[in-house]
Design a protein around this ligand. Structure first.
Ligand code: ARG
Length: 564
C-alpha cells in the first residue's frame, strides 16, 4: 500500500489538485509529534483565497478518516496524518518479507535503456584514485537504475587512442625494453612516457617522430599497431585486477580506438550540415552563439580529438542502444568539454542531445600524505585497495581474532569502506581519504553498516530463526521498532530519489539511518529472550532489516559479510 497515494486520493477530491501534485507535496515530518505524513497547505492559499492554517482546518473537516489512519491533526498550515501503527507495521513488513531482495524494485524504467559511461581510464597510464570515483559512482548508478527496471549498458570508454601512443612508441624504442615492460607493466610505460617529455624539451624533433608513429597507427601499419596492442593488453590486465577487487563489470569495452573507422562519416556529416569551419589550419565547430570556445574537430596535422571521438561515440550509441539517457561520469574539470560537444550534437539537429548528461564529481584528496606512495604523487588504485584490506585486517585481528574467513572478511570490509566513503556525500564534494574515519566501525561508514548487517545475521543464527508464520504486528508499535519500520518503508522511494538526482549518497545515508535505528531497537528491546508472540514479531523485523541492508549495500557495490 502506498500511503502517500492513498492520502493524495483523499485530498484530491477536496483540493482539485492532481494526485501527482499532492504526492509530490506530501512530506515526511522530522519528528513523530507531527505524524507520519504531512500535507502543507501553503500552495493552496491562492486558489482558496484564505490563510493556509484556515485551509488546513477546513480540509480536515471535509475529509473522511480512512481506515489506515489513526488521527488527522491540524498543526499550523499542515495536515498531519497519524497512521495506525500496527497497520503500518504490517504493510511495511509484509512487503519486505514477501519481496525479499526485490523489495524496492520498480517498473518505471521498463523498456528504457540507460547507457552509463564510467571508469574509462587511459591506457598506459596508471589507474589512479581519480578514476576510482568514476568507477564507483557509475557502478552504483548502474545498480540503482537497474533496480528501477531500466536496461543498463555499462560502457568503459577507455582512453586508448591519440597522439600520446606515438610518444610512447618512440619512448619505448629509445629507452625501454621488453623485459622491463613485462616485469613492471604500466609503471614502466609511465616511466618512459615521462622521460619522453623531459627529453622532448631538449630535442623537439622527438615530437615530430612521435606524430609520425601515430600516423602509422592511424594507417594501420603493422609494427605500430602491434606495439599499441601490446601496451593495451598490459594495461587491461592491470585494470581488470582493480575491477575484480571492486566487483565492477562492464557490458562493453568500447574505448576511443573503437571509433577510428567511424569518425570520417561524422566529419563528413558535420561538413554537409555546414558546421565545420577552418581556423588556423584546424577544423572547428564555432560555438560563439553558445558563448563557448569552439569545439576542435580536426587538428592542424589532420589528427582527430577527444571531442571528435565523443561525438562519434554518442551517434554510435544512439544507433546501437537507442538510449533513453546516456550518462557520463568524469571529474568536474571536464565540464566544458561535455558542454561543448553536447552543443555540437544539438547543432547537428539531434533533439536527443538533451538526453546526454554529464555527471561531474569532485576531487579526491589524501589525508596529509599518509597515503603517499613509492610512485611519487599518483596514488595507484590497486595499492590503495590493498592498503584498505591491510588496515581492516589489523582491526579484525584486534577486535575479533577468532573470526573464521578473516581474509575474506577483511577484503569485503576494507574495499567496502573505500566505496562507501566515496559515495557518502554529494558527488560534487571532494572526497578525503582518512583510514581512521573510513574504517571507524562506529562512525557513519561502510563497516558500520556491514557490522549492523552482521549483527542482524548473528541474532538470527543464534536463535536459529526462520521466518515466522504468524506475526502479531501490534507488538511492533514501540518507538524504536516504528522508527526502523519507517525507514524500511522509505527504501523504495530513496532509490527513486537517488536516480532522479543521480546521487548514490541518498541510498548511502539511508543505510546509515536504518543501521542507527536498528541498533537503537536492538539496544532497547530484547529479541531472542522476549516472550511470544513479541519474539516472533521482532525476529521478523530483524530479518527485514538484514534483507534491506544487504540489498542496499549490493546496490552501492558493497558486499555484506554475515559475520565480522
Ligand atoms: N579517459 C578519460 C579520462 O581519463 C575519461 C573519459 C570519459 N568518457 C568520455 N566519454 N569522455 O579523463
Amino acid at each position: 500500500m502506498d500511503f502517500k497515494l492513498e492520502i493524495a486520493q483523499l485530498l484530491q477530491e477536496v483540493t482539485q489538485l492532481s494526485k501527482q501534485e499532492i504526492v509530490d507535496a506530501i512530506e515526511i515530518p522530522p519528528n513523530k509529534e507531527m505524524g507520519d505524513f504531512a500535507y502543507p497547505c501553503f500552495r493552496l492559499a491562492k486558489q482558496f483565497r484564505k490563510a493556509p492554517p484556515l485551509i488546513a482546518q477546513q480540509l480536515s473537516e471535509k475529509i473522511e478518516k480512512p481506515n489506515f489512519v489513526e488521527e488527522i491533526k491540524v498543526q499550523g498550515a499542515y495536515l498531519n496524518f497519524f497512521v495506525k501503527k500496527a497497520f503500518f507495521a504490517q504493510e511495511v513488513l509484509q512487503e519486505v518479507l514477501l519481496k525479499k531482495e526485490n523489495y524496492g524494485k520498480s517498473t518505471v524504467g521498463e523498456g528504457k535503456t540507460i547507457v552509463i559511461d564510467y571508469s574509462s581510464p587511459n591506457i598506459a597510464k596508471p589507474f589512479h584514485v581519480g578514476h576510482l570515483r568514476s568507477t564507483v559512482i557509475g557502478n552504483a548508478l548502474y545498480h540503482i537504475f537497474e533496480k528501477l527496471g531500466y536496461v543498463c549498458q555499462g560502457v568503459n570508454h577507455l582512453g586508448d587512442w591519440g597522439t600520446q601512443f606515438g610518444k610512447l612508441i618512440v619512448a619505448y624504442k629509445k629507452w625501454g625494453s621488453q623485459q622491463a615492460v613485462e616485469e613492471s607493466g604500466i609503471q614502466e610505460l609511465m616511466r618512459i612516457y615521462v622521460k619522453f617529455h623531459d627529453e622532448a624539451e631538449k630535442a623537439p624533433e622527438l615530437e615530430e617522430e612521435a606524430r609520425g608513429w601515430f600516423v602509422k597507427m592511424q594507417n594501420g601499419e603493422k609494427e605500430a599497431l602491434s606495439l599499441w596492442k601490446w601496451f593495451y593488453d598490459i594495461s587491461i590486465k592491470e585494470f581488470d585486477r582493480v575491477y575484480d577487487m571492486l566487483g565492477v563489470h562492464f557490458d562493453a569495452y568500447t574505448g576511443e580506438s573503437f571509433y577510428n573507422d567511424k569518425m570520417d562519416a561524422v566529419v563528413e556529416e558535420l561538413k554537409q550540415k555546414n558546421l565545420l569551419k577552418q581556423s588556423e589550419g584546424a577544423m572547428i565547430v564555432d560555438l560563439e552563439e553558445e558563448k563557448m570556445p569552439p569545439c576542435l574537430i580536426i587538428r592542424k596535422d589532420g589528427g582527430t580529438l577527444y571531442a571528435t571521438r565523443d561525438i562519434t561515440a554518442a551517434l554510435y550509441r544512439k544507433k546501437t542502444y537507442d538510449f533513453h539517457k546516456c550518462i557520463y561520469l568524469t571529474a568536474l574539470d571536464q565540464n566544458l568539454h561535455f558542454a561543448q560537444w553536447f552543443a555540437v550534437i544539438k547543432k547537428m539537429g539531434y533533439d536527443w542531445w538533451q538526453d546526454l548528461i554529464h555527471v561531474p564529481f569532485g576531487l579526491v584528496s589524501l589525508d596529509n600524505g599518509k597515503l603517499s606512495t613509492r610512485h611519487g604523487n599518483v596514488v595507484l588504485m590497486e595499492e590503495l585497495l590493498h592498503q584498505a584490506i591491510e588496515e581492516t585486517r589489523k582491526i579484525i585481528e584486534e577486535k575479533n581474532p577468532d573470526l573464521p574467513n578473516k581474509e575474506e572478511v577483511a577484503k569485503k570490509v576494507g574495499i567496502g569502506a573505500v566505496i562507501f566513503n566515496d559515495l557518502y556525500n554529494s558527488r560534487i564534494k571532494d572526497v578525503v581519504f582518512s583510514w581512521e574515519r573510513m574504517l571507524n566501525f562506529d562512525g557513519e561508514t561502510g563497516p558500520y553498516v556491514q557490522y549492523t548487517h552482521a549483527r542482524a545475521c548473528s541474532i538470527l543464527r543464534k536463535g536459529q530463526c526462520s521466518l515466522p508464520e504468524q506475526i502479531d504486528y501490534a507488538n511492533l508499535t514501540d518507538e524504536a521498532s516504528m522508527e526502523v519500520l519507517k525507514l524500511l518503508g522509505q527504501f523504495p522511494e530513496k532509490i527513486q530519489e537517488a536516480a532522479d538526482k543521480l546521487e548514490p549518497f541518498v541510498v548511502t545515508r539511508h543505510l546509515v539511518n536504518l543501521s542507527q535505528a536498528f541498533n537503537k531497537f536492538y539496544h532497547d528491546n530484547s529479541i531472542l529472550n522476549s516472550q511470544e508472540p513479541i519474539k516472533q514479531a521482532r525476529i521478523a523485523l530483524v530479518i527485514a532489516v538484514k534483507m534491506v541492508l544487504a540489498e542496499g549495500l549490493a546496490i552501492l557495490g558493497i558486499q555484506a559479510p554475515e559475520q565480522m
